[in-house]
Design a binder for this molecule. Structure first.
Ligand code: ZN
Length: 363
């Protein structure tokens, strides 16, 4: 019946809203009702169900006892669910498992091969990890795979990322779920990086931000409050020079042609961004900051964000550089003067895909 379907969907939506709140910090039932606008009775029904399923637990709040308030807070049970993460990079493949609180329980890295061989190896590693940890299938929420973009997340297909030709057109989700019998999701690594910084990194507070993943290319993901901007967000292909170099995307003068790590270091003695930072090469860092701040301002003029988070190679030893990007960004900004630029803090290649699994569970 349509009404039953609508009511189930509403219940699920309310459950996810409540879980998202509990995920931010332990919270009482009364505060959940206040923050969500749900009735206390509705909050009680949903939270009792979550308690009985072992997804949340009760905890006494010493602070609340001290000020004479209801002392019971609700907290997520980290081990209620597990998330398998697979990060397929051009340089290697990372497979791991984390719990709901982002604790990595197991991880392994191996070299990248052709897609068929690599996917067989990934499935073998996942089987052996879940067996060693004693995890039953019903405890695993999903397998979350991230790869260089662009990808078609709906179909689970890698589209046409540059320097990744042998993986073009590969349906990752079909092949992995077929051999493991667990649902699989596929995301662009840049998008997943933004989500990982929200849940496990430097962008835990509310508010919109753009995460820039700057390494051999430039990708980005945007969080608007707790919601991921789902559209394509190809910040690497924002034009920074109208009469500039022709780009593989068909446009000219794209940011990536100048500000990716290999391109900004071209002609310099440095083999990596960290070498450049350690040498305190002000000229290169200033030029890079100029490019990135232009792109950040363009994005902010559309989305009205609060922060930019620099991730990937560019986030190494980032304090001086992020301050430089922040000051150049503020100079060019029309919308806000208190905009912050910070360095990403998620260093685990496993937490990036796992964060997408957690996001899928909570939203
Ligand atoms: Zn381009």
């Amino acid at each position: 019946m349509p009404s039953a379907t609508n009511s189930s969907l509403m219940r699920l939506k309310n459950e996810k809203t409540i879980l998202s709140l509990i995920n931010k910090a332990p919270i009482s039932r009364a505060d959940i009702a206040k923050r969500t606008g749900l009735t206390k009775a509705a909050v009680t029904i949903i939270t009792e169900d979550l308690l009985s399923r072992g997804i949340i637990r009760e905890e006494k709040s010493e602070e609340a006892i001290r000020v004479g308030r209801t002392p019971i807070l609700l907290k997520l049970c980290g081990d209620a669910l597990y998330f398998v993460g697979v990060n397929i990079k051009r340089t290697g493949i990372y497979v791991g498992i984390c719990n709901l609180c982002g604790e990595v329980l197991s991880e392994e890295k191996f070299g990248i091969d052709l897609p068929v061989e690599s996917l067989v190896r990934i499935a073998e590693v996942i089987r052996s990890m879940t067996k060693n940890l004693g995890l039953s299938e019903d405890k695993i929420y999903k397998i979350s795979v991230v790869t260089p973009g662009p990808v078609d997340s709906e179909r689970g297909v890698i589209l046409n990322p540059p320097n990744f030709r042998s993986w073009h057109g590969v349906n990752v989700t079909e092949r992995l779920s077929g051999s493991l019998g667990i649902p699989v999701m596929l995301s662009n690594v840049s998008t997943a990086t933004a989500v990982s910084e929200r849940y496990f990194g430097s962008a835990e507070k509310d508010g919109g931000f753009v995460a820039l993943l700057v390494d051999e290319g430039i990708g980005s993901g945007i969080m608007l409050g707790d919601k991921l901007f789902k559209g394509s967000c190809e910040i690497g292909h924002i034009t920074v020079k109208f009469d500039g170099e022709k780009c593989e995307c068909g446009n000219s003068g794209c940011l990536e042609k100048y500000a990716s790590v290999p391109n900004i270091l071209k002609g310099s003695p440095y083999k990596s961004w960290s070498e450049c930072v350690n040498a305190k090469d002000g000229e290169i860092m200033s030029r890079e900051a100029e490019y990135l701040s232009s792109a950040i301002v363009t994005v902010n003029n559309i989305f009205d964000l609060e922060r930019a988070v620099l991730c990937g190679d560019i986030s190494e030893n980032s304090q001086f550089f992020t301050t430089l990007v922040e000051s150049k960004t503020r100079e060019k900004m029309i919308l806000k003067k208190d905009f912050r630029v910070i360095g990403g803090t998620v260093k685990s290649a496993i937490l990036v895909p796992c964060a997408m699994g957690v996001y899928d569970f909570l939203s």
